[in-house]
Design a protein around this ligand. Structure first.
Ligand code: SF4
Length: 379
């Protein structure tokens, strides 16, 4: 009973105390303090060095945190509507193997999945803020790491240490947790079975298979017809609005004709009252960007076509682009260097062109950089 009580206290303290408080927690004893030290070499202790400061009022902030294996992972805190609380955009993987062509993370490939503890530790790094929403829209495809994501949101089955949604922990209502997917349709069922109240956001980004396959390699494996089925299942299972995300790329997918095509695709998915469309004007990538952002007029014209189809539509104007913290901008140079180092190491051991466990091809020494950008998962 004493042990249980102590464990409960520790859990609560670990979940709700800020990092400076943890560091000053002498009464927990040296051993316990060591366990709570974010610089300890534990995979749970995600983060090293100085704890990041909370963002200044009203500012979007990007955090780069070190995992146990030395990799870096990123998370973004944004002011929630109303200005009194925050939305956290958390990552589920270090990198991503989906290879979406407009996404900085997608250009890196996948280093590894985050564990449930690491995902929670990411969110715990900005404790002291009032977190109103947790959005799995950072680095990685959450449903490509579905078990850890489910466990991080609400550890099931018992011992039921409900972490992100636990009233004694971060206490974020499960209906304020959104999981975004690029199209892992089969895992939508897994997620909804474990967490029927969670919100889902489907990243469409194109209204037809030909264009979507060009922008998002996953579409070759999970075409729009399968995605529509998963969306219908989600609407029926949750009886709530499903979010649709659509990045607007100038001259590629932002013509009013694309909007009309999108509206007719969505009409076949479900009633307009069950759909919420977020339009995301493109945010520039590092290096030479492949795309450019549409004008404000083009965004408004696109929106008008969808509104005419009675859809609920919002344009999500960019936040945090100056810090490379906006949608599609996560992933930094250190990570890309680490990825390239590992691939070259793998090429030495396995031979050029061999594919590793994540499906990525080992690069050649001379053309490695270009290969690392282009070569993602084989569908
Ligand atoms: S948009 Fe999402 S799924 Fe696509 S590459 Fe980027 S992180 Fe991965």
């Amino acid at each position: 009973m004493h042990a249980e009580h102590a464990a409960g206290q520790l859990y609560r303290f670990r979940a709700v105390a800020s990092l400076p408080e943890l560091r000053a927690a002498g009464e927990l004893g040296a051993a316990l303090h060591g366990l709570c030290d974010p610089t300890a070499p534990l995979s749970f202790a995600c983060g090293g060095g100085t704890p990041p400061a909370p963002p200044a009022d009203g500012e979007t902030e990007k955090y780069v945190l070190c995992c146990g294996g030395g990799e870096e992972v990123e998370m973004v805190a944004m002011p929630a509507p109303g200005g009194r609380s925050w939305s956290l955009c958390v990552s589920s993987q270090v990198g991503c193997r989906m290879g979406c062509s407009f996404c900085e993370t997608g250009r890196m490939g996948l280093l590894r999945n985050l564990s449930a503890a690491e995902i929670v530790a990411l969110a715990a790094h900005v404790l002291g803020l009032h977190v109103a929403n947790v959005i799995f829209m950072g680095m990685g495809e959450p449903l490509d790491n579905v078990d850890a994501v489910v466990q991080a949101i609400a550890c099931v089955p018992p011992p039921a240490i409900r972490v992100l949604v636990d009233p004694a922990g971060l206490a974020v209502p499960v209906s304020h947790v959104t999981v975004s997917t690029s199209g892992e349709a089969e895992h939508v069922h897994t997620l909804l079975q474990a967490l029927p109240s969670v919100r889902l956001a489907f990243s469409l980004h194109a209204p037809n298979d030909a264009l979507r396959s060009r922008l998002m390699p996953i579409n070759r494996r999970v075409p729009l017809a399968l995605l529509a089925e998963a969306m219908r299942h989600c609407i029926a299972a949750t009886r709530r609005r499903v979010t649709v995300q659509y990045v607007l790329l100038a001259g590629v997918n932002d013509h009013p004709a694309h909007a009309k095509e999108l509206a007719s695709f969505l009409a076949a998915v479900g009633p307009a009252s069950r759909l919420h469309v977020n339009l995301l004007p493109y945010n520039a990538q590092s290096g030479t960007p492949r795309y450019s952002a549409p004008s404000a007029d083009a965004c408004k014209a696109f929106k008008a076509e969808l509104v005419a189809a009675r859809l609920f539509v919002k344009i999500r104007w960019t936040k945090g682009a100056d810090k490379m913290a906006a949608c599609g901008q996560l992933g930094n140079l250190n990570l890309r260097r680490e990825l390239r180092r590992r691939r070259l190491e793998y090429a030495e051991a396995a031979g050029e062109g061999a594919r590793d466990a994540t499906g990525l091809r080992a690069p050649s020494r001379d053309g490695g950089a270009a290969c690392a950008q282009r070569d993602t998962l084989v569908w």
